[in-house]
Write a protein that binds this ligand. Structure first.
Ligand code: ADP
Ligand code: ZN
Ligand code: ZN
Length: 738
């Protein structure tokens, strides 16, 4: 008898082995099965098949039965899950949980049925009058249909106790009760005006042709579509998807975050409005019921176009023809909790496994993708002109070391920015202000000359650790004493800085008392529909100044916004992250694309202490290729991604000394295990050394093969057998080092 490893449905993480009796049929990975669990029957999903351990052979309980003959998870998706489990060092069942959301595995959210009252026989006037005297509520229910257009209505419309009333009427032959399944459509109530395809310009046409070629090519390459903001990438996606759907296949469109990219979703819904049920939108705010229905609509082929964030890469599309990853550089494609997969990278892998085309689109591609394009692994197509004929906005960089300062508090808004905002408000135009803020900046920057204390070996900003009173490099482990005066200008003002959006909002309200100001940040975004509501108000010009973190820079399109101010371009630059410069460049370029999208010309003002920084200078000249060239050169010389892979092992515990001791022990063992040329740091406190009541220590490893790093760390952690008080987290291709 063969054995099967089963992920048993339920609240806790149960993975158990069962035997496969011959009468169970063709049990394959991805199949749903019934199994005995203690004294009850449970359902589960087959993870893997194996020869049972001889010692256990006779003790294995057999599978009771196969639920569906076909696996619920396709072989391709099982493959993708196994690959990801190995690459990101997580258990296979964790990946399967991503593929089959809990609501799909727990059969209790099964299809939602509702009872409908169906009119069978219209009562005569006399019958109705008689009924009103004897049983008024029965009469009311029947009377409802006298004026209703349809002969059918949901039972729920008739209030409490309606069921027994309806049963009585059913007995009298007036009505019948029926069950109807309802599709819980998350966008019900929204109207989409059908849109027509536009006539593509020459560059767009070439891009579409390249995608079309890749759809049928024998050796398919991912297409990197590098197009400036407003160059018409979305129009190209729409037409490519349309071709796919016409040829009977399905398409997956990935976007950074649904609530922040409402326009993209709307454009897809509008273009495919004739087939209303064919576009499924997946996002984290769906209710269980909505998620269940969307999942089954996709799997059954009812919905053949799927739009969603990183988790949409696991959508059960059949006969997939095209995958699009919009804003492919966006950091939100990396999941920052376990499993720590990268949605874009899995999208490329899925397309490869499904043998379908994949397009990565961005105005500012990630350096990983740019590198792949330069080395010929990807096919590169560029859109260099704006499709709407708009000019790119003028970008001005203000050096905050010399700009006029406010007397009190932190210098948030320079005099020149304040005057520009006033001018725009006077003309009835709108302003977006951006606070660049990632995690907590613990780097040290001189407020007088802008000097940032960086690592001699990696050029990364050093992070200040209060407890040790040391500066540390989180990539190579270099340590230094914090300077008491600025090494550059000798100023004694060198200090830690950073201020939050709420503080800035306060200052703005004082500075522009007549303006309507609204703030959007992570706190606001946690409320369902809050961001959408605010953006709609902004569009309707009920808000003059929108203040937000980098999250509002994504995919917004507001014709009346003529000024975008970046309050502190530096905060994002000086964090211990090898991609800090890249992210800042991308952010500024994206922001610049937001100003002046309508008939009004736009202006961008960037406040900074380091005006000479390449990220700012290349962004100012709209020079994506120039930035990529110089940044790649820097990454190559410091041996940083994309020329190498980085994995971070974090050990967490409530007890500081336990975490530190365990990390030291692991580091000592790891030295003997890590195959050259891979390298590792000494154990260090994490840049945020304590979070959620846990102390965090890290080891960073670097090497040419991510899988070797991942497998080595996994083996290390498994063999160490950490106690209950310690948690080990492996982050492969880490994007955040906090
Ligand atoms: P991107 O996705 O690259 O930012 P969009 O697809 O949003 O660009 O296009 C920017 C604007 O240009 C939109 O208003 C769009 O309707 C318009 N547009 C796109 N393609 C064309 C075209 N071929 N002809 C005219 N206008 C176009
Ligand atoms: Zn200085
Ligand atoms: Zn270093």
């Amino acid at each position: 008898m063969q054995a099967a490893r089963i992920l048993v449905d339920g609240q806790s993480d149960l993975v158990l082995d069962y035997g496969i009796p011959p009468e169970a049929g063709d049990v394959k990975p991805g199949c749903r099965v019934q199994v005995p669990l203690r004294n009850r029957t449970a359902t589960g999903t087959v993870l893997t098949l194996s020869e049972p351990d001889p010692a256990w052979k006779d003790k294995l309980k057999p599978i009771l039965k196969l639920i569906d003959p076909e696996p619920l998870i396709s072989p391709v998706m099982m493959n993708l899950a196994s690959w990801a489990a190995d690459y990101y060092s997580v258990a296979l069942d964790q990946m399967i949980r991503c593929l089959l959301p809990e609501t799909v595995r727990q059969e209790n959210t099964a299809e939602k049925m509702r009872k409908m009252v169906h009119l069978e026989k219209r009562p005569s006037r006399e019958e109705l009058d008689a009924l009103y005297r004897k049983a008024p509520r029965q009469a009311q229910m029947l009377d409802y249909f006298s004026s209703a257009e349809q002969a059918e209505a949901p039972l729920a419309e008739f209030g409490t106790g309606a069921l027994s009333i309806a049963r009585n009427l059913e007995a009298k032959g007036f009505i019948s009760l029926k069950e109807e399944s309802v599709h819980r459509d998350p966008s019900s109530g929204e109207q989409f005006v059908p849109s027509q395809p536009m006539k593509l310009n020459g560059q767009q046409q070439k891009a579409l042709e390249e995608i079309t070629v890749m759809c049928t090519a024998e050796h398919k390459k991912p297409v990197l579509l590098q197009g400036v903001t407003g160059s018409g990438k979305t129009e190209v996606y729409l037409q490519a998807v349309s071709q796919m759907v016409k040829s009977g296949k399905s398409a997956l469109i990935m976007v950074p975050e649904i609530s922040l990219t409402p326009q993209t979703v709307q454009r897809f819904k509008s273009r495919f409005a004739e087939l209303p049920s064919s576009v499924a939108v997946l996002h984290s705010l769906l209710s269980d019921g909505e998620r269940f229905d969307e999942w089954h609509a996709i799997r059954s082929g009812k919905a053949r176009i799927v739009i969603g964030p990183r988790s949409a890469v696991f959508a059960p599309l059949q006969n997939l023809g095209l995958v699009i990853v919009d804003e492919e550089h966006d950091a939100s494609y990396k999941q920052e909790s376990s499993p720590r997969y990268h949605g874009r990278d899995l999208a490329v892998l899925r397309a490869h496994l499904e043998d379908c085309a994949v397009v990565l689109g961005s105005a500012t591609p990630s350096l990983e993708s740019t590198h792949n394009a330069l080395t010929g692994k990807y096919s590169l197509v560029k859109l260099t002109e704006r499709a709407d004929g708009q000019q790119l906005p003028l970008i001005r960089i203000l050096d905050m070391k010399t700009e006029g300062r406010n007397k009190s508090g932190p210098n948030v808004i320079s005099e020149r920015l304040r005057m520009s905002i006033d001018r725009r408000l006077d003309k009835g135009e709108q302003v977006i202000l951006l606070l660049n803020r990632r995690g907590f900046a613990r780097s040290i920057q001189c407020p007088d000359c802008g000097h940032v204390v960086t690592c001699l070996h990696c050029s990364l900003p050093l992070t200040y650790h209060r407890t040790e009173d040391r500066l540390m490099c989180h990539l190579c482990g270099f340590k230094a004493l914090p300077p008491r005066t600025c090494p550059e200008c000798r100023s004694a003002n060198i200090l830690l800085q950073g201020y939050g959006t709420q503080k800035v909002e306060e200052i703005l309200r004082r500075t522009f008392p007549a303006a309507r100001i609204t703030r959007v940040d992570a706190d606001v975004a946690r409320r369902k529909n809050a961001v959408r509501t605010i953006l709609n108000q902004f569009r309707a010009h009920k808000i003059d100044i929108l203040l937000g973190t980098q999250m509002i820079a994504k995919g917004l399109d507001f014709p009346n916004v003529t000024l975008v101010g970046v309050l502190n371009a530096d905060l994002g630059l000086h964090i211990p992250d090898p991609r800090a410069g890249e992210r800042t460049f991308q952010l500024l370029t994206q922001v610049a694309g937001r100003a002046g999208r309508g008939d009004l010309s736009g202006e961008v003002i960037i406040q900074t202490f380091t005006p000479q920084s390449p990220s700012l200078q290349y962004a100012r000249h709209h020079d994506t290729d120039g930035f990529a060239a110089q940044e790649l050169e820097m990454r190559r010389s410091f041996d940083l991604p994309p020329f190498t892979h980085i994995a971070v092992l974090t050990i967490r515990s409530q007890h500081e000394n336990m975490a530190e001791f365990a990390t030291r022990t692991l580091a000592a063992r790891l030295r003997g295990m890590l195959p050259p040329p891979a390298t590792m740091t000494d154990p260090m406190p994490a840049p945020i050394p304590r979070a959620h009541g846990q102390f965090r220590f890290q080891i960073t490893v670097k090497g040419p093969s991510a899988r070797i790093l991942s497998r080595t760390l996994r083996k290390l952690v498994q063999e160490a057998g950490l106690g209950d008080d310690l948690t080990a987290v492996i982050d492969v291709d880490a994007m955040s080092f906090m």
